[in-house]
Design a protein around this ligand. Structure first.
Ligand SMILES: *Cc1c(COP(=O)(O)O)cnc(C)c1O
Length: 490
């Protein structure tokens, strides 16, 4: 029988000592600084060469380990050359920002500590409470202690908020939804518009509420929820024995950046005792632009507000945030503390894991802290205002081109438009505009994405990068015209 007392083998082979880590970390710093510096001179995006894509897809699970330094070579050769394109000053697709350099550094530090920010008494937990308060202060939402948490994104924030709204509505109807489920309830009915983000529908489906109980309320010509239509729908549903329980307002729609009349919606929801949720994932930070701030009046009255620091703030993905007026409602919905997780040191607020769905939670707050600390409130506000100004300018450039049509007023930092030369049939225009975003992307000079707005195929450009210049916008317009004319000629 072996009685060997030799230490267990190190988990990895050569190239993993503390000094190897230090050397590799220095090498990584240079690699990433080069990457970020050289990005603006590259094509915005290019399709991956087939061979490079195949190499990544076919990577075998390695049997033996390799030195840290070699891994960086692989990242440099096989990964960094093929980015999504966000980060480039002419990337205007979806709502994907350039990463804040401070946030990039903080990501490394946070992963070196690697806590679970579920709760307890460590720096990450306290910092999360502070950055949640900072985010609330930035957008002018009341910051109740415990009244919010960071999430993977606004989709998760929406699920968490909707779960609380569902629990409150059920409670008012005498049902404990956690215990009894939905069977004993009349149809809990929610209200959105055709411009509401799809994550709201997904959340309703997931929570067992059913898409059929999500009413799509009409909008005005510019995509704002029509309050009279909402009023009529709620009255009709009550008369039919349904249980209206919440309304979703948009603080910046994803198609055109439209902001609903939040103050009027909040007033209506208070009268009708409905939960008022505001989706500010993309747009809520637009309140920091002095020229746009007035549009957001009433945001502070929402029962819940979903935002995405990983969008306009440039916090590296992932980082969403949920803010709520009544933290007790969140805790009543989600707190479930088994004996192995009891922690007497947690204090009155308890654990973050009692306010949402995740148990083991990442240290997201450090990259939020770093991003905001690096710029300050004034720097963030200047960057937001710059993006809005650029979007308004793009709107003007579009309107000045006879072959382009602006499809909605620029209310925040999104311009929605289409290629529409005179004398071309609508059907043909729709076909051309549907193909347009990819045609622009493939030219490599600028990146826009498409959507359908007012039933018409459209392109949309979302301005999130204050490093974008007026020349970049002019180039975008030229690229759109060139791609449109090419498509039309086919
Ligand atoms: C991005 C977005 C969402 C979804 O947020 P994720 O962070 O992608 O989960 C919801 N609403 C709007 C308006 C958005 O722009």
């Amino acid at each position: 029988m072996s009685t060997s007392s030799a230490a267990p083998a190190a988990p990895a082979g050569p190239g993993h000592s503390p000094s190897d880590f230090r050397a590799a970390a220095h090498q990584a710093a240079d690699l990433l600084a080069d990457y970020l510096t050289e990005l603006p001179a590259r094509p915005v995006w290019q399709p991956m060469p087939d061979a490079a894509r195949e190499r990544l897809l076919a990577l075998p699970l390695p049997e033996q380990g390799r030195p840290l330094a070699e891994l960086l070579d692989d990242i440099s050769e096989e990964v960094l050359p093929y980015p999504m394109g966000n980060g480039h000053p002419r990337f205007f697709g979806w709502v994907n920002a350039a990463p804040s350099p401070a946030g990039v550094l903080a990501t490394l530090a946070a992963s070196a500590m690697n806590p679970s920010t579920a709760g307890g008494d460590h720096a990450d937990v306290h910092l999360e409470r502070t950055v949640v308060r900072w985010i609330a202060e930035l957008v002018g939402y009341p910051a109740a202690p415990g009244g919010g948490l960071l999430t993977s994104g606004a989709s998760m924030a929406t699920i968490v908020a909707l779960g609380a709204a569902r629990a409150r509505a059920a409670q008012r109807l005498g049902v404990d939804v956690r215990e009894q489920g939905l069977a004993a309830l009349p149809p809990l009915t929610g209200y959105v518009t055709g411009e509401t983000h799809s994550c709201v529908r997904k959340a309703a489906q997931l929570l067992g509420l059913g898409s059929a109980n999500l009413r799509t309320v009409a909008t005005d010509a510019d995509g704002h929820l029509d309050l009279d239509a909402l009023r009529a729908a709620v009255a009709e549903d009550r008369a039919a024995g349904r249980a209206p329980f919440r309304v979703v307002g948009s603080a910046g729609t994803v198609n055109s950046g439209a902001v609903d009349d939040l103050e009027a919606l909040a007033g209506f929801c208070a009268e009708e005792q409905l939960w008022f949720h505001v989706d500010g994932a993309y747009g809520a930070f637009g309140r920091l632009d002095p020229a746009s701030a007035h549009r957001f009046a009433g945001l502070e009255l929402a029962d819940s507000l979903a935002l995405d620091p990983h969008k306009w703030l440039g916090v590296p993905v992932d980082c969403g945030c949920l803010l709520v007026r009544d933290p007790a409602q969140l805790r009543a919905t989600y707190s479930l503390v088994p004996s192995y997780l009891r922690d007497d040191a947690a204090g009155d607020l308890g654990w973050f894991s009692e306010y949402g769905i995740e148990q083991t939670r990442p240290f997201r707050s450090l990259k939020v802290w770093a991003t905001l600390a690096a710029l300050g409130r004034a720097g963030v506000a200047a960057s937001i205002a710059r993006c809005c100004e650029l979007a308004r300018l793009l709107g003007e450039l579009v309107e000045a081109e006879p072959d382009l049509e602006l499809l909605a007023p620029v209310e925040t930092s999104i311009a929605a438009f289409r290629f529409a030369p005179a004398g071309v049939a609508q059907e043909r225009l729709d076909a051309v505009n549907q193909a347009l975003p990819v045609a622009v992307q493939q030219r490599g000079q600028a990146f826009v994405t498409g959507t359908v707005l007012h039933g018409r195929e459209a392109a949309r450009a979302c301005l999130l990068n204050p490093a974008t210049t007026e020349a970049d916008l002019k180039l975008l317009v030229q690229e759109v015209l060139a791609a449109g004319r090419e498509l039309l000629a086919r």
